[in-house]
Design a protein around this ligand. Sequence first.
Ligand SMILES: C[S@@+](CC[C@H](N)C(=O)[O-])C[C@H]1O[C@@H](n2cnc3c(N)ncnc32)[C@H](O)[C@@H]1O
Length: 287
Amino acid sequence: MAVNDASHRIIGDLLTRKTGQQLTEGRRWRISTALGGLFRELGIDNVDQLACLLGRPGEHHLATKVVEALLNNETYFFRDHAYFSVLADQVLPELALKRKNTRRLAIWSAGCSTGQEALSLAMTFAEQPGRWQDWHIDIIGTDISGKAVATAKTGCYSQFEIQRGIGVAQMLNFFSETPRGWQAADRICAMTRFQQRNVLDCPPSPGRFDLILCRNVLLYFDPETRRRAFDRLASATARDGFLMMGAGETVHGQTDRFEAAEYGSSLYVPRSEAVRVRTRSENPALA
Ligand SMILES: C[S@@+](CC[C@H](N)C(=O)[O-])C[C@H]1O[C@@H](n2cnc3c(N)ncnc32)[C@H](O)[C@@H]1O
């Protein structure tokens, strides 16, 4: 289906205003593929009609539906499995030492989609019972998509979703089959909570996190918006905490708020003010 420039602009501006994401020329195709279901629901057959409907006053509900449909919520359990091994074997043990006095950890899955990332973390803790006994583990997942967050809150997954990323042993250990789907066990749900929230707004409570995962979320932001997101993430990362991004994502050349952690795997640590001052003089574009 052809999407003319005016309709592309109207729908792209809407997405950017609500989420910070860009619907660039290269992603114009997404309008017709992602919105097919909405066209059927509205009884329309082209994007221009949708653009006209969006122009009518009081169409907030429709605008939300369009944005929800355009978001890419792709996720699965233990996505990029090797990264979860680094978390389990290197990062979490280091945090266990650093927080041994308080025995509390706060973790933020920013852009959590339907919750698999947060639950994968919860399973990681549950698989190390000796280390984490009597700890308070608080994993908050946030996403701009109300629909995705609603699914995350149920902790219930279809046969297709449950088969993506976890083995049979984990599936049987942490989920039980119900008429609605595969329900996550209370002991892992108890570590997680979910909220609808824009990563460009204030971070969720408690505001400072020992570990933040923000993976495959900032891909469609323009450089300026991405830098704002990094500022938010940096302000929410404990001074001795970590940020993990997705495979192939990096902070390099995008912000001076983080630098590579020793573990690799798209792991970063907040950069000290002294190093930032030096970096700014070397690369004023990042200041
Ligand atoms: C591709 S999914 C990634 C999910 C998970 N982090 C992973 O790597 O499997 C990207 C998620 O980011 C969310 N998202 C996009 N823009 C956002 C924003 N401005 N604030 C919060 N979430 C956003 C989308 O709704 C989507 O669920």
